[in-house]
Write a protein that binds this ligand. Structure first.
Ligand code: BES
Ligand code: MN
Ligand code: ZN
Length: 500
């Protein structure tokens, strides 16, 4: 895979700066950035002519490739929209367009003259982080099981001229952070894209071990079915009962903070394939249920980013990995199992399996005396009905934690929307045959799934992210890497708050 590296610099004269491609912002039809003016002047005005002709309008995300000027072998004009309307939304559009422009470019290196894109230091750091994250994550290619994957970017080095907007050192660290998050996103995408016959619970465990290898702050531990049985994880094990693939509880401990600091715990649903079990799903689109380990992928991707960021914070990642299959040994509707918490569960629908593996993983999390626990799960189709593909469903038993997560989502445009966790819904889970059932009926399916989890999370501040609608794109098909951006931002904020 080609690696894209980022370098922050202050460049005084764009004309005498040598690069394979100078990228120059243009704000609408009238306002050229200083670098655009200088290079266009040097070349005799091809950009001004293109604007005059109507070939380039400077809309956010529009690009136009021009011949070289000065020491730049090419010039790429980057539309950024009207100068008075340049906000984060326009910046996001510009970066998305820049990626498409770079994807067509044969240049190996380029320099973005970003001065005018960086209105103040805070926004400049946000922009640098966003730029690196987006370019790295958009440059991801799925290649594991295809002979001819889409070609990589030619570009492998992007210099960012920050002019006098902020010290190059600060811009560099924002670029490095963004790039680390991009790598975490790509880990999550890759795992969720891999087919169920490759990405099994055992594969997830091996991947976690690989992440930890050679990193002193990170260690991996894997519990097998025997160990889980000893711990009384009857709920989790009821899901893998019908599968030939053994379930795994995968634990990654990242110790970046002081030894005594309580950790944040991330718990991921890791159903490597969800057939529904005996409550078999219909055939249409069933292939997409390979991404039912999107929560696990998000945990591993976030830990990957933390490792790269070397964040001074303690975080534990727990992945509850199992395959949900029908067979002679599979769990049947009406079966009652005992969870690690001691609560009995009547399994009325074997397709509501995510909450069953999470229940035991959330109980296991108690041993860390966590500062807070966040679980992430492709938990319900009902959440997709409620929120579509833009917002992750957020549930929380703690207001501060909810606000922090919502804020991190806004900051990274990896947004979540708060949903109710009211006790009023709890009675939908009542059954005469066990302490709780795993089915809340047709009304409020995403809420009752969260209410089920709430029964296993009374010991700590907890939030649940239902990512069924946000972890996967249907056209073109592929994993999105969400919510790695949200979670890394959340943890970076927590680390900053702890350091104050
Ligand atoms: N993995 C599914 C949820 C899902 C659906 C994720 C669509 C992504 C896209 C989950 O295990 C499931 O099957 N949920 C059921 C719950 C129902 C049986 C209560 C659902 O949503 O229909
Ligand atoms: Mn299911
Ligand atoms: Zn599922």
């Amino acid at each position: 895979m080609s690696e894209l590296s980022f370098h922050a610099r202050k460049i005084n004269d764009p004309v005498s700066h040598k690069s394979a491609c100078a990228i120059v912002p243009v704000f609408g039809k009238k306002h050229l950035s200083a670098a655009a003016r200088a290079l266009d002047g040097e070349a005799g005005g091809p950009l001004a002519a293109a604007i005059e002709n109507g070939d380039f309008k400077g809309k956010a995300g529009e690009t136009l490739l021009l011949p070289g000027a000065g020491k730049a072998a090419r010039v790429l004009a980057l539309g950024c929209g009207a100068p008075d309307k340049f906000d984060r939304a326009a910046a996001r559009d510009a970066v998305a367009g820049l990626y498409l422009g770079l994807n067509k470019l044969k240049a190996k290196d380029a320099t973005l003259h970003a001065g005018e894109l960086l209105p103040d230091v805070g926004e400049a750091e946000w922009f640098c982080g966003h730029l690196a994250r987006e370019l790295v994550s958009r440059a991801y290619r799925y290649r594991s099981t295809v002979a001819k994957p889409k070609p990589d970017l030619h570009l492998n080095k992007l210099t960012v001229d920050v002019a006098s907007a902020l010290p190059a050192r600060r811009a560099q660290s924002a670029l490095d952070q963004g790039s680390a998050v991009g790598q975490g996103i790509n880990t999550a995408k890759e795992l969720a894209n891999l087919p169920g016959n490759i990405c099994t619970p055992t594969y997830l465990a091996q991947h976690a071990r690989k992440l930890a290898r050679g990193h002193s702050k990170l260690s991996a531990k894997v519990l097998d079915e025997k160990k889980m049985r000893e711990l009384g994880m009857g709920s989790l094990l009821s899901v893998s009962a019908g599968s030939d693939e053994p379930a795994k509880l995968v634990i990654l401990e990242y110790k970046g903070g002081p030894a005594k600091q309580k950790p944040y715990v991330l718990v991921g649903k890791g159903i490597t394939f969800d057939t529904g079990g005996i409550s078999l799903k219909p055939g249409a689109k069933m292939d997409e249920m390979k991404y039912d380990m999107g929560g696990a992928a998000g945990v591993l991707g976030t830990i990957h980013a933390l490792r790269e960021l070397e964040l001074p914070i303690n975080v534990v990642g727990i992945v509850a990995a199992a395959e949900n299959m029908p067979s002679g040994r599979a769990t049947k509707p009406g079966d009652v199992v005992k969870s690690m918490s001691g609560k009995t569960i009547e399994i009325l629908n074997t397709d509501a399996e995510g909450r069953l593996v999470l229940a035991d993983a959330l109980t296991y999390a108690e041993r860390y005396k966590p500062q807070a626990v966040v679980d992430l799960a492709t938990l319900t189709g009902a959440c997709v009905v409620a929120l579509g593909h833009h917002a992750t469903g957020l549930y929380a038993n703690n207001e501060e934690l909810a606000e922090q997560l919502l804020g991190a989502g806004v900051e990274t445009h990896d947004r979540a929307w708060r949903m109710p966790l009211w006790d009023d819904y709890q009675k939908q889970l009542d059954t005469p045959f066990a302490d709780v059932s795993n089915l809340g009926g047709p009304a409020g399916g995403s809420v009752t799934a969260a209410c089920f989890l709430a029964r296993f999370t009374s010991d700590y501040p907890w939030a649940h992210l239902d990512i069924a609608g946000t972890a996967w794109d249907s056209a073109p098909k592929g994993a999105t890497g969400r919510p790695v951006s949200l979670l890394t931002r959340f943890l970076m904020d927590r680390a900053t708050a702890a350091g104050k």
